[in-house]
Design a protein around this ligand. Structure first.
Ligand SMILES: Cc1ncc(COP(=O)(O)O)c(C=O)c1O
Length: 391
């Protein structure tokens, strides 16, 4: 058999870690996964009902408007105004994509040239680094502080003439940190001063606990002309498999974004959009209903993991459904993650996937846990880490 040889742009890109861990999980039946960032609930029943009816309509099976169906774009515009303080009428456009990951790729392709730089606070969401590299750009890693909060001065120091954008994710994957308005404002000002885009990933916008509140940077005075905001129905509405996300972006990028959309998606999946309209009609009350039990699970996870101190440090995680624990011992994160699955039947994601090169870190995802599985899952993790790290 003849194989075509040669290097490609993908050689420098890390393998998709969730799939790697997923393969290991399949080898060890009965493993409790604290790996993938998913919620335990599905879409609102109203969304499923309209989708069932829409199958009979021939229009459902045809190409439709590239930017998204008018009914969905309209519902999203209302939501952006209501929940995010983003005025769509004033120079902001909406594009529906097949998930927020695609929206991020659209944004990077639309605003960069090969060789440009995009600043990512570390730990980052791995697909962001992967997308930047696939676009032929450099992901510039900037550290956060010991509570995983933004270090705006470190970001400032990282800006070069090739910098095109700064990315923030709040509430954060993988750390669960929620950034306060003041630090988002400082990042936004930095972008304005240097003529950069601020790419703001807000897929966990509704997932905050206690006193933490989500703030949308595009709502800051004058910021909408350089802020690209990314959202998703995957988590909020249990829609992960329906692949619906969207971006609110400055009008000046409309032609560039339309070129990417037309080339990679043509139009967002029609059946999913019809279901999404119904989900948006149900509104964030749906998410909030599921957030109550999730907040209890958040508290249990935080309490149980604290038992690992001083072996591990667990900074506050008031958002999304992740904790990012730092192991205060010399150990290889991937090796420990593999042994946690094989020997203790519990899966977490090693911190190396999120760009932390020094030290041993793990992301713990608890969005899919229920009250009856949380004790068992976290119990295995705590017991496993103690056994493997010898304390
Ligand atoms: C920060 C962040 N952005 C984007 C996504 C992808 O969301 P979607 O399913 O809408 O592509 C995820 C999924 O885990 C995420 O954690």
């Amino acid at each position: 058999m003849h194989t075509v040889k040669g290097r490609t742009r993908m050689d420098a890109v890390q393998p998709p870690i969730v799939a790697v861990i997923g393969d290991l999980i399949r080898q060890v039946p009965g493993t409790i996964s604290l790996g993938q960032g998913v919620v335990h609930y599905g879409p609102p029943p109203a969304a499923l009902n309209v989708a069932r009816e829409a199958i009979a309509n021939p229009d459902t099976h045809a190409y439709q408007d590239g930017a998204g169906m008018r009914a969905l774009v309209g519902a999203i515009e209302d939501k952006l105004q209501r929940d995010n303080g983003i005025e769509v009428a004033r120079g902001t456009r909406v594009m529906i994509t097949a998930g927020a990951n695609m929206a991020f790729v659209h944004a990077v392709l639309a605003i960069t040239e090969v060789g440009d730089e995009v600043i990512l606070p570390v730990p980052f969401y791995f697909n962001h680094e992967m997308a930047v590299q696939m676009a032929g750009c450099t992901a510039v890693r900037v550290p956060t502080d010991d509570r995983y909060q933004l270090d705006v001065e470190a970001m400032r120091a990282a800006v070069t003439p090739r910098t095109r954008a700064i990315v923030t994710v709040t509430p954060n994957n993988p750390t669960g940190a929620v950034y306060p308005e003041a630090s988002l404002c400082a990042v936004s000002r930095l972008c304005r001063e240097h003529g950069l885009y601020h790419i703001s990933d807000e897929v966990y916008e509704y997932f905050t606990y206690g006193k933490a509140r989500h703030v949308s940077p595009a709502g800051f005075e004058g910021a909408s002309s350089y802020t690209i905001s990314l959202f998703s129905l995957s988590k909020a509405y249990g829609f992960a498999g329906w692949r619906i996300g969207y971006m609110a972006y400055p009008e000046a990028l409309a032609d560039a974004i339309a070129k990417v959309q037309d080339t990679v998606l043509v139009c967002p999946p029609v059946l999913s959009q019809i279901a999404a309209v119904a989900a948006m009609e149900v509104g964030p009350a749906y998410t909030r209903r599921h957030l109550k039990p999730l907040a209890e699970i958040h508290d249990i996870v935080a309490r149980e993991l604290r038992a690992l101190e001083p072996l591990c440090t667990v900074p506050p995680a008031d958002g999304a459904f992740y904790c990012f624990l730092r192991v205060n011992a010399d150990a290889d994160a991937m090796e420990i993650a593999e042994r946690l699955i094989r020997e203790h039947r519990v899966a977490v994601i090693p911190g190396t996937a999120f760009g932390v090169a020094d030290g041993c870190y793990f992301r713990v995802a608890y969005g899919a846990l229920q009250k009856d599985t949380v004790a068992e899952g976290i119990g295995r993790l705590v017991g496993g880490l103690r056994a493997l790290l010898g304390r």
